[in-house]
Design a protein around this ligand. Structure first.
Ligand code: HEC
Length: 121
């Protein structure tokens, strides 16, 4: 009798461990890992999500994955070097090898990219 009980408890433990591991695997599969292009977790902030999407579409080819720079400079701490106005102006009008984005992006989109980048310091 005693043996039986222990056996039962044992199997319940195994089952709950299996459920636990499975849940963990599912959660890990669904969780938003850091994006390979930007090395940043999108999170739930809509501004950041939009900025990351725009960055991947328009900027990553020159400014690189994780903002580390390629043809264009590293932007990881751009907020410490440039003001919001300067960043917005650079995206809008380009210059020095940087293309102008006033045709490509709306003022809102440029604003979101600017706010996201200005916070990088
Ligand atoms: C075709 C390549 C290219 C693309 C695409 C591009 N950039 Fe640039 N970017 C550059 C180059 C080159 C510079 C350096 C310009 C200079 O020295 O004046 C630069 C400079 C910048 C700067 C100023 C950095 C500094 O340290 O002075 C910012 C901010 C910037 N880019 C943001 C963006 C954003 C945001 C996008 C996407 C909307 C983007 N860039 C897309 C090439 C690019």
């Amino acid at each position: 009798m005693n043996k039986n009980k222990r056996h039962l408890r044992g199997s319940r433990w195994v089952r709950s461990t299996a459920v636990f591991l499975l849940t963990g695997m599912i959660l890990a599969g669904c969780s938003q890992d850091a994006d390979p292009e930007t090395k940043e977790e999108p999170g739930s902030d809509p501004l950041v999500r939009t900025a990351l999407t725009l960055y991947k579409q328009q900027c990553a080819s020159c400014h690189g994955g994780g903002l580390k720079g390629r043809v264009g400079p590293n932007l990881r701490r751009i907020g410490a070097r440039m003001s919001q106005e300067e960043i917005a102006a650079k995206i809008t009008d380009g210059g020095g090898g940087m293309p102008a984005f006033k045709q490509e992006l709306s003022t809102d989109e440029i604003g979101m990219l600017t706010e996201w980048l200005a916070a990088k310091r």
